[in-house]
Ligand binder design. Structure first.
Ligand SMILES: [Zn+2]
Length: 281
């Protein structure tokens, strides 16, 4: 697992290097949420795994969900019925976001999009389209950093700058945060709680960022699915990243979920939480 993670880190580093060479400001918002995540995965990890710091006792996502009830969320209670939420990270991306929106529109499904602020600033029209078509949006930071490596002040700036950008393009600030890679530290969660944010991760990972065929995306997206599940997918990618597996799987996924009796709702609907932060006085 560690070799695998380090392998991905190296690939991410080389992707970052090639993006910088290409002279684009686009941060690799994208190789995206790491694989194999779910509850079992330690939420405290990257630096400890490299031995840079004394290893903190790993805290599983499930533990964090219990400890920060209603603040750190992986899924809804099954008591809410056969409802699940599709979530798409790393938007807006002019290559893939419109294709995902088209598929959702054809199937009359509303989903939840986690927005990278630097991308929203570049593609305000796409931001407006997401909102106009009835989807929910959340904050996925401005530059897609690993939050555990940042100071609290840096995290605050990442979130607040993104909130302001979304307000400028969509007219409101989201109340949901999804940390890049799902990684967040306790002190950062405490800050989010104090500010009234809900941190929304997922319990089902399509692993679509691995550029896998649509059949595999589909299989991953229903594996372990249960009432209340939150499914992680992507509607934005890094330079050269291919997300056609996601785009092609989506109509079939929606059909399969409906055939199993699931209703597809947005995350705020699933969790019964507000989508928007209150307007500041
Ligand atoms: Zn992401």
């Amino acid at each position: 697992m560690m070799e695998q993670r380090n392998g991905w880190k190296r690939r991410l580093a080389s992707l970052a290097a090639s993006l910088m060479l290409a002279g684009t400001a686009l941060v690799p918002a994208v190789k995206a949420e790491k694989a194999g995540v779910k509850q079992e995965r330690p939420a405290v990890s990257a630096s400890a795994a490299k031995g840079n710091k004394p290893a903190a006792a790993p805290v599983s996502w499930a533990d964090m969900q219990r400890r920060y009830r209603g603040v750190f969320v992986l899924r809804a209670s099954a008591a809410g019925g056969r409802r699940v939420a599709l979530t798409f990270d790393d938007v807006p991306d002019p290559r893939y976001t419109p294709l995902v929106l088209n598929a959702l529109k054809r199937k009359r499904v509303r989903a939840t999009f986690f927005v990278v602020g630097s991308r929203a600033a570049k593609h305000p029209g796409l931001m407006r389209r997401i909102v106009d078509e009835g989807h929910a949006v959340g904050n996925h930071t401005y530059s897609h950093p690993e939050l555990p490596k940042l100071s609290l002040g840096q995290v605050k700036r990442e979130i607040e700058r993104t909130g302001a950008t979304i307000r400028a393009t969509a007219g409101f600030e989201p109340a949901m945060i999804r940390p890049p890679y799902g990684d967040i530290r306790s002190a950062q969660l405490e800050w989010a709680r104090a500010r009234g944010y809900t941190v929304v991760n997922w319990d089902v990972d399509s692993q679509d960022w691995r550029q896998i065929p649509s059949g595999v995306v589909l299989r991953n997206a229903v594996k372990g699915l249960r009432p209340g599940s939150i499914i992680l997918m992507h509607a934005g990618g890094g330079s050269g990243q291919n997300l056609f597996g996601t785009v092609n799987a989506l109509p079939h996924l929606i059909d399969q979920l409906r055939a199993k009796g699931y209703e597809l709702v947005t995350v705020p609907e699933l969790l019964h939480i507000p989508e928007r932060r209150p307007n500041r006085a």
